[in-house]
Design a protein around this ligand. Sequence first.
Ligand code: BT5
Length: 327
Amino acid sequence: MNIIVTNKLAGRLMEADGEPVSGQQLADEFGISRTAVWKHIKDLQEKGYEISSIKKKGYTLTGIPDSLEAAAIQPLLKTVRYGKTLEYLSSCESTQIIAHQLAQQLVPDGTVVLSEEQTAGRGRMARKWDSAHGKGIWMSIILRPDIPLQRAPQFTLIAAVSVVRAIEEVTGLNPDIKWPNDILLNGKKCTGILTELQSDADGIQALIIGIGLNANQEMEDFSDEVKDIATSLKLKKGSPVSRQELVRSILYYLELYTAIYIDEGFAAIKLMWEGYSTTIGKPVRARMAKETLEGIAESITDEGVLQIRTPDGKLHGIYSADIEMKN
Ligand code: BT5
């Protein structure tokens, strides 16, 4: 059984949006026999696709499995490039590791790696990232923007705005952003973003944008280390959310905002980012590798650098830190 045909057939039924498609029509469109169509349908049903078959009318798709495999994501993707190449794994150490390997093999801009689980998911500075099986979105996206090296951190902010827009669109929830890479619901972290890069003398070869989004975890799915600081969209909303729609929507907005950024620069993104930010205008404590600063987070610069004014009136540019909000 040809898996590509099976997947395309799943996509065809998804696009029919609940309308029946006859076996003969599918046979004609795919250039296969009706018996072969029936075999592909059986295959899909075994994988968890709910397909009803009504005599004289045809096959209707009534439910798809909660999986992030390409067959479930790609048919309804609204992007031009992002997600069109998609590597899906049921488990891996970290999607960042796989994405770094793929980036060296010259895969296209917008290639996506998704895994149902990570056994060594990571945050910044080699911190651990909790990645329960089937509950979240553990995704790395390979981008190849033609920008100078020092502009790479702006992509953390572009990704953050894209994820917030996607969460709003798919779930109706209204998260906010804590500089630079946390997305919060009621002060608890539901998403973290990790931007890494591969570069050489010619500049950036690849940006690897890692997105860890807590979608459908219950409290007991979190480890003791993060129980008090983490939340999921399901916990906040009170009902499960569609990981497939979220992935599609994140990729849609990431592609759109990257295009706007490349055409018009960072200003438009910065405006959106400021609208979602909980950090700007607030008293904060910024913990960096070598020092800690306290002051008011005044703004971000066009490079995405956080500006903190300390009580002595000095303005400090912060490139990377952990921010605590002070009351
Ligand atoms: C981040 O780091 O927030 C970036 C996380 C990026 C994860 C994605 S998943 C796909 C891709 N593959 C990877 O291996 N990584 C990326 P940072 O700001 O350093 O925050 C890390 C801290 O967040 C940890 O030290 C914990 O305190 C907390 N944390 C860990 N897991 C969490 C979770 N699932 N939800 C909320 N907080 C968590």
